[in-house]
Design a protein around this ligand. Structure first.
Ligand SMILES: *Cc1c(COP(=O)(O)O)cnc(C)c1O
Length: 225
């Protein structure tokens, strides 16, 4: 795990140098889905402060197990409105807000939990059905709703690069959407993009938050759904 972290940090350093960016602008989120709470504990011991999960059923007990650790939990997966209340109990950041109904569910949940949830608008860059994300033309409206909602704070945008295509054009498009958003919401500076296979391209295109699983933790076993 320490080797994985060192290797990812070296990749980030090289990509920042190539892009003329400061490493301090990047937040590394360890995506720990399918790995046990004991691994989250080890990552925290190795200095990681941010962890990501994509399923509430798995994240909730893990976050409870690790409640004594100084970690920020990022929810990065598709989120059903009926899970909003549970997620608001442990997540600091929700990366996958893609529809108005989810905004209101998260707002109600955050108010009830007396917490502030930072929300990112997930953008669908290939308009593929089933992978989540708002159409780019819906981003401003969803962002405005988050910004106006009690208990929520608009953090910025998130995207997953389209499968099997060069990620650079998608990340460039995301950077444009993020810049437009900052025109109306100057504090919404988060651009969550880049995973194990494409973090260099994401950094070149202005990502601020990287969601990295495999390169830190090794391969995941297939999950049977
Ligand atoms: C699993 C996952 C990641 C991490 O993917 P790796 O390729 O293992 O780095 C990042 N983002 C989301 C939304 C994920 O579900």
């Amino acid at each position: 795990m320490a080797e994985g972290i060192a290797a990812v940090r070296a990749r980030i350093a090289a990509a920042c140098a190539a892009a003329g960016r400061d490493e301090g602008e990047l937040t590394l989120i360890a995506v720990t889905k399918t790995f046990p709470a004991s691994d989250v504990r080890l990552l925290a011991g190795l200095g990681l402060t941010d962890v990501g999960e994509n399923r509430d059923q798995e994240a909730r007990p893990k976050a409870a197990d690790c409640a004594d650790l100084p970690l920020t939990w990022h929810f990065v997966g598709r989120l059903q409105t009926n899970k909003a209340r549970a997620v608001a109990g442990y997540a600091g950041v929700v990366h996958s807000v893609d529809r108005p109904r989810l905004v209101s569910a998260l707002s109600d949940a955050a108010v009830r939990a007396e917490r502030t949830l930072r929300c990112l608008v997930q953008v669908s860059l290939d308009e593929a059905e089933g992978r989540g994300g708002a159409s780019p033309r819906d981003v401003p409206r969803i962002a405005d709703e988050i910004a106006a909602a009690s208990g929520l704070e608009l953090g910025g945008v998130m995207a997953v690069a389209p499968l099997g295509a060069d990620p650079a054009p998608a990340f460039t498009r995301l950077a444009g959407i993020a810049a437009e958003l900052r025109g109306n919401h100057p504090d919404a500076r988060i651009v969550s993009a880049g995973m194990s296979g494409d973090l260099e391209q994401a950094i070149a295109c202005g990502a601020t938050h990287l969601r990295v699983g495999t390169a830190l933790l090794g391969g995941r076993r297939a999950i049977v759904r």
